[in-house]
Write a protein that binds this ligand. Structure first.
Ligand code: SF4
Ligand code: SF4
Length: 259
């Protein structure tokens, strides 16, 4: 069984399912002998909102951030582009790891905030099959059973997950879309479009403002001003555009003269 399928099987069949009211006992602090071990040789998948937070924290544009700190591996059968942090050096450390810990702590990615919690979300939840949280137990992490009991709800609140969840809704809907069912594949141009719109937002902004894009699509003036300067608005717009251009939904209006 491939690793991914084995992990999914383990989560669905062996991990206790936790609601937001359930608790676990965990502590993460510099005095633990495992401090920062979880930031080495690990696959951290970045969400589009993670990229926004990191590029603001590092004061670089999205293209530079992606080029310097990430990889976009492509496995056989993969449906859409995924971006991961590029581990570095002999110890395969996260590029943001320092001796004192995480150098981008206030803007660390969703996956780093969640750990050791995971979340499983069925595509079409039912009362008998709804989303749940679970605790990941890995040998490298010695924080389990240490410190105080904390509810899932409080953990998520303390880690600032709410904002990430709110900003992740449109991307989640995109990745769970029916379009991906079956054996449809993105063309190379669509693959790049998806990558640009989800992760390389500054390039997407140039695409909107430095081509005939706004001559083709009707976008009201307030929205144009918002996406010119605000990355979160631009990301929402990018998701809308992907639904139009890849899923062929009527999520954008074409100008009459352009049509
Ligand atoms: S971003 Fe920070 S918390 Fe996440 S793996 Fe890197 S150093 Fe660790
Ligand atoms: S391995 Fe676990 S306890 Fe240790 S620093 Fe990482 S998350 Fe915290």
């Amino acid at each position: 069984m491939p690793d991914e399928a084995a992990l999914e099987h383990k989560i669905l069949n062996e991990c206790p399912r936790m609601s937001r009211n359930d608790s676990f006992t965990f502590r993460c602090a510099p005095d633990l002998d495992c401090f920062t071990q979880c930031c080495r040789d690990v696959t951290i998948i970045l969400t589009p909102y993670d990229v926004i937070r990191l590029k603001h924290a590092l004061r670089v544009d999205s293209s530079e951030l992606l080029e310097r700190y990430t990889l976009a591996p492509r496995a056989e059968g993969q449906k859409f582009p995924v971006v991961i942090l590029k581990m570095e050096g002999e110890k395969q450390s996260c590029p943001f790891l320092t001796e004192k810990g995480c150098s981008v702590y206030n803007d660390r990615p969703w996956a780093c905030r969640m750990y050791p919690l995971g979340v499983a979300e069925p595509k079409n939840p039912t009362p008998n099959d709804s989303s749940f949280h679970f605790v990941m137990r890995e040998d490298v992490c010695h924080g389990h059973g240490e410190g105080k009991e904390i509810s899932v709800r409080d953990w998520l609140a303390n880690q600032g997950i709410e904002e990430y969840e709110a900003m992740g809704v449109a991307f989640r809907d995109l990745t769970l879309h029916d379009f991906w069912e079956g054996d449809k594949e993105l063309s190379p141009a669509q693959w790049d479009m998806f990558y640009m719109a989800c992760y390389d937002l500054d390039r997407f902004r140039r695409f909107v403002f430095e081509t005939k894009f706004l001559e083709k699509f009707e976008v009201d003036e307030a929205r144009v001003e918002a996406i010119r300067t605000d990355d979160e608005d631009l990301l929402e717009f990018a998701m809308q555009w992907l639904r139009f251009s890849i899923f062929q939904e009527r999520s954008m209006r074409i100008r009459r003269n352009a049509a």
